[in-house]
Design a protein around this ligand. Structure first.
Ligand code: SF4
Length: 58
């Protein structure tokens, strides 16, 4: 699974609340690639919850 945060991110913090092993939010959300494989379920949850659809999963 590849996870990216695109330029739509408004730094709302929802993804970090849902899946803080993978997402950290400062100016924009950042992805900790090393933790994606172990946290795929919450990555999907975070992508569904993102209000602007900024989390892209491939
Ligand atoms: S949930 Fe979406 S908009 Fe909010 S910080 Fe995460 S990527 Fe950005």
């Amino acid at each position: 699974m590849n996870v990216k945060v695109n330029d739509s991110c408004i730094a709302c913090g929802a993804c970090e609340s849902i899946c803080d092993a993978v997402f950290s939010v400062e100016d924009v959300a950042k992805v900790n690639e090393a933790e994606v494989a172990a946290n795929e379920d919450c990555v999907k949850e975070a992508a569904d919850a993102c209000p602007v659809g900024a989390i892209e999963i491939e």
